[in-house]
Design a binder for this molecule. Structure first.
Ligand SMILES: [Zn+2]
Length: 178
């Protein structure tokens, strides 16, 4: 059995996940830094985990990126995934090829769909013991309609594109504690 590795997207950091609290190797891609406000707690957690050596920030190679893009296109999800989403999936593909058992921690349905297509496990953030309540925005990346955060459908009821579900970025207020 391979060594477990968890691949974290930006929402994991925004939601308050501390990679230091995980019992396995944690990975993310460089682009996630740009999805976090520079002065936020999420950015701070990422930086501290990286400096302590518990989090590896790594850009996946072109071969894995191509596999992730192909799977995404196959699903008709290409339009729904950002370049950073593709990189996270590619990183998981690469880790799997290196003998890890990667799990992508994400609440984004589009990422989950493509991960399933390439045989990568994923887990919702709630399974990682995140207590902080996030505010979500749910929208269709194709027709740009917005939906209530608790919508049950995973695809846009109007055009059928997999919905994007992202946490709303928190501002500087986060630094002030509760
Ligand atoms: Zn739509």
């Amino acid at each position: 059995m391979g060594k477990k590795a968890i691949v974290l997207d930006a929402s994991a950091f925004i939601a308050g996940l501390d990679p230091l609290s995980l019992d396995c190797d944690a990975f993310t891609v460089p682009g996630v830094r740009f999805e976090l406000s520079p002065s936020s707690m999420g950015a701070l957690r990422l930086r501290m985990a990286e400096e302590s050596g518990r989090l590896v920030v790594r850009q996946p190679g072109e071969e894995a990126l191509e596999k992730a893009r192909r799977a995404s296109a196959l699903m008709g999800d290409a339009i729904a995934l950002s370049e950073i989403d593709i990189e996270l999936i590619a990183l998981a593909i690469e880790l799997k090829e290196e003998g890890y058992e990667p799990v992508i921690a994400t609440d984004d349905y589009a990422i989950q769909n493509v991960a399933a297509e390439v045989g990568i496990d994923f887990t919702p953030l709630s399974t990682l013991g995140i207590r902080e309540e996030l505010k979500w925005v749910v929208y269709c990346p194709a027709c740009f309609r917005r939906y209530p955060a608790d919508i049950k459908e995973r695809e846009c009821p109007i055009c059928g594109t997999p919905l994007k579900r992202k946490p709303i970025k928190k501002g500087a207020r986060e630094l002030g504690g509760r």
